[in-house]
Design a protein around this ligand. Structure first.
Ligand SMILES: CN1c2c(nc(N)[nH]c2=O)NC[C@@H]1CNc1ccc(C(=O)N[C@@H](CCC(=O)N[C@@H](CCC(=O)N[C@@H](CCC(=O)O)C(=O)O)C(=O)O)C(=O)O)cc1
Ligand SMILES: N[C@@H](CCS)C(=O)O
Ligand SMILES: [Zn+2]
Length: 774
């Protein structure tokens, strides 16, 4: 029984890669220094996994930005718009090209947009979407895979297990950039490149190669299933001698079991945390040539593994297949886990109390090793099991988790609590009478640049080097400046800037009872950006106002409407590590009640517009359509509960970003937010056509520029996008705003972009004023 790992966090336990990449982009670190940081992180990760006793250790799980982009680089899928970077700039390196595709490029007269970015399945990780054209060609381009395999094998003193995104998932996760073909038609051109790569790895000494095929756990068409057969028949035939391990995760195989089990591969990985029930279906059908990798340790959450439950799964598999055909592993890559619980050394925090219940990436490797020890009944097994059961029992019995009055309130929520008092058509009339907004009102999504200054201020305050008073005073000053600045720019609906927030979820986690938070529990979100998800371990209670003082202070400085800014219940749920001892729907409802109280407190403080961000509502959508109705029903209800405890003249906004929303328009309409602001600019407003077809009744602010790139949009391109929007949606329903919050941007580009955005709205208003009144 071999133990292995699908992937280890690549940011470094102290976020070394984030810090180095950002310095490299700022021009204060050389490429060689950045590569040194990368090399060091990989080396540490390999050594740590070796020390944990794993048999097969992954390599090429590291990435300087994103592993899907790495695959594009490997197979030479570089969209034509990046060619001038190489032809016009002789000094441009592969790394420059790589980061240009990731972040856009605006230098030396070149203005290249980044690849589109979207959510990696139902996680908070974002990948860069491969672009495909009809005559797409592939060829081996980047040699990073081969270099890293050599490095790993040197460090380990044995062959590492290279991992790469499988060819079918790679194609399915991409997008056609022109009509007239389907990207799966490119498979025949792609496979020879995979074949070359695998054979080269084999020549370098690889025995196993891990090919991630998470799409194999999705709803598949016949053509997609056939593509899997074709792809792996080809690779098995052309790469003899290599042991191919195909991994699936985030869902069960369900109706793809037959397809998966027919693949001529050496081993198949199953996510038995998300879908433990699939083992019973799969086991009797496993062909004689196939080994099973059992993903029994949760790669997506931070709770200690229940050894008894895992052993029950391992034992049945071993009984049927024999130990030599069973591998043990985490459920998915540990990319989604924080690095190391041992770094959490505070003895006074709440976390210290719940620490025995937790396990981060490093500890999860220990769990895989323990499970191997238990499954093979090695000496010390009994103590391991007893210790594990004691930790789980202490969590189950903890008085910290359960609050009867919260359970009663949650049970008493009615359907009326989840609905506004009047329909939108009536609400908008009283809201407009109160707010007096112009046509094409301009606004932003909430956050403004979180500069070094602001972050250091907070770091000093958290360390105790700055008093509460000094911290508050500095934040009030930043808020006052940004209010004045927005007035000067001519924005119509202002925000307070969110300077007091470390993160839009962690901030609320810190203020609500039922959450614990970590000091170093960072997880990569995209590129160099990380999040520190709070740990939702118990019943949720709101002991105090969370945003009212900041919002009312900002409102006191202006006569323009100031938007209250909250994170919605589904997003808090989705971006936290949540309890696994009750249904997510129930946890969402508890969060919704807490947010509802905050919404009501803002209304009572005379705030006329309240935005409840729900960027993660799409991300939480189950990966299988059959499960959608149940999720959407409770998610929409949770939003409704949070949003509906207010008068008709209080305008509720929501915001969503970085996902495909077309397939959930009825649910978005059911949220019944008065205004929704959303990402559309990278996809050139494609989404709006769907809203128009659906005859979406409420107001919409389609993002007119991409905030994930430092690139400053021109007035003309924003006018063009808005004209597109206006051609399909009533002008009086349109708002003008960026894609998402501006916290990741710098001030100069933020000011330039918003100035142009206000100008774009002004031009549209002028044109509208010239139109005859119908
Ligand atoms: C909108 N998005 C979000 C997602 N998920 C969230 N949980 N939050 C989001 O906002 N998912 C989808 C999108 C896109 N994703 C992101 C994710 C992360 C960022 C981002 O800017 N992250 C910051 C970290 C934010 C934070 O927690 N800041 C803290 C700590 C700051 C810090 O690093 N402090 C230093 C000391 C200070 C210094 O020297 O500078 C330290 O601790 O070492 C804070 O502000 O207090 C990031 O930097 O990665 C954006 C979009
Ligand atoms: N209000 C948040 C939403 C991000 S999705 C922000 O502006 O950062
Ligand atoms: Zn957003």
């Amino acid at each position: 029984m071999l133990t292995h790992n699908l992937g280890y966090p690549r940011i470094g336990s102290q976020r070394e890669l984030k810090k180095a990449s950002e310095k490299y982009w700022a021009g204060t670190l050389s490429a060689a220094e950045l590569h040194q940081v990368g090399t060091r992180i990989r080396q540490q990760n390999w050594q740590l996994q070796q020390a944990a006793g794993l048999d097969l250790i992954p390599c090429h799980d590291f990435s300087y930005y994103d592993h899907v982009l790495d695959t594009s680089m490997l197979v030479g899928n570089i969209p034509a718009r990046y060619t001038p970077l190489v032809t016009q700039n002789r000094d441009a390196t592969e790394l420059d090209l790589y980061f240009a595709m990731a972040r856009g490029y605006q230098h030396g007269g070149l203005d290249l947009t980044a690849l589109e970015m979207t959510k990696w399945f139902d996680t908070n990780y974002h990948y860069l979407v491969p672009e495909f054209t009809k005559d797409q060609q592939f060829s081996l381009f980047s040699t990073r895979l081969f270099n890293e395999f050599n490095q790993a094998s040197q460090v380990l003193g044995a062959a590492a297990k290279p991992m790469l995104l499988g060819p079918v998932s790679y194609l399915l996760l991409g997008k056609e950039k022109e009509s007239g073909f389907h990207r799966l038609e490119l498979l025949n051109r792609l496979l020879p490149v995979y074949e070359l790569a695998l054979n080269r790895l084999h020549q370098q000494g690889a025995a196993w190669v891990q090919l991630d095929e998470p799409c194999l756990a999705l709803d598949l068409t016949l053509a997609e299933r056939e593509a899997y057969q074709r792809a792996y028949a080809h690779l098995a035939r052309r790469c003899p001698g290599l042991k191919l391990l195909v991994t699936t995760y985030f869902e069960g195989l369900r109706d793809n079991v037959e397809t998966a089990l027919k693949l001529p591969i050496h081993a198949l990985h199953l996510d038995l945390v998300r879908a433990p029930e699939q083992l019973a279906t799969v086991l009797p059908l496993v062909p004689g040539w196939l080994s099973l990798s059992l993903g029994v340790v949760d790669g997506r959450n931070i709770w200690k593994n229940d050894y008894q439950a895992s052993l029950a799964l391992i034992d049945v598999a071993v009984a049927l297949l024999g130990p030599e055909r069973v591998l043990l592993a985490p459920s998915c890559s540990l990319l989604h886990s924080p690095c190391d619980l041992d770094l959490e050394t505070s003895t006074t925090s709440l976390l210290a109390e719940i620490k025995p219940w937790l396990s981060f990436a490093k500890q999860k490797l220990g769990e895989v090793r323990d499970l191997h020890q238990l499954a093979t009944q090695a000496p010390g097994s009994a103590e391991l099991l007893t210790h594990n059961q004691a930790a789980l029992a202490s969590r189950r019995q903890s008085a910290r988790i359960h609050r009867p009055h919260i359970k009663e309130r949650t049970a008493a929520v009615t359907e009326a609590n989840a609905r506004r008092q009047s329909p939108f058509a009536e609400r908008i009339v009283v809201q407009q009478a109160r707010l007096q907004l112009p046509l094409f009102p301009t606004t932003t999504i909430g956050s403004f640049p979180q500069t070094e200054d602001i972050r250091q201020l907070r770091a000093r305050w958290k360390k105790g080097d700055l008093t509460d008073d000094a911290y508050q005073t500095a934040l009030r000053q930043a808020t006052a400046e940004v209010v004045q600045w927005q007035e000067d720019l001519g924005l119509d609906v202002l925000v307070h800037g969110e300077f007091e927030r470390n993160d839009m979820v962690e901030y609320f986690g810190e203020l609500l009872d039922g959450f614990a938070f970590t000091a170093y529990g960072w997880v990569q979100s995209y590129g160099s950006r990380c999040v520190k998800p709070p740990i939702l371990y118990g019943d949720i209670h709101r002991p105090q106002d969370m945003t009212v003082a900041w919002t009312t202070y900002a409102q006191s400085l202006t006569t323009k409407p100031m938007k209250g800014m909250l994170t919605g219940p589904v997003t808090i749920l989705q971006w936290s590590f949540v309890r696994d001892d009750q249904p997510r729907a129930l946890t969402a409802l508890q969060l919704a009640l807490a947010i509802r109280e905050e919404v009501q407190a803002l209304e009572a403080a005379d705030i006329g517009i309240i935005q409840i961000d729900e960027p993660a509502i799409r991300e939480g959508l189950p990966l299988r359509r059959a499960d959608w109705p149940t999720y959407l029903a409770w998610a929409v209800r949770a939003f409704g509960v949070a949003a509906s405890g207010v008068r008709d003249d209080t305008q509720i906004h929501t915001h969503m970003c970085y996902s495909e929303f077309n397939d959930m328009l009825p649910a978005i309409a059911a949220l019944d937010a008065d205004v929704i602001t959303m990402e559309t600019s990278r996809s050139q407003m494609e989404l709006l056509a769907a809203f128009a077809d659906f005859q979406y009744p409420n107001q919409i602010g389609p993002g007119v520029y991409d905030i994930h790139s430092p690139r400053v949009p021109t007035v003309e391109e924003m006018v063009a996008l808005l004209e597109k929007a206006q051609a399909i949606l009533p002008a009086e329903n349109l708002w003008v705003n960026p894609d998402c919050g501006l916290k990741t941007r710098k001030w100069p580009e933020t000011e330039a972009a918003l100035r142009q955005m206000v100008e774009a709205a002004t031009q549209l208003r002028q044109v509208a004023a010239l139109q005859p009144v119908s």
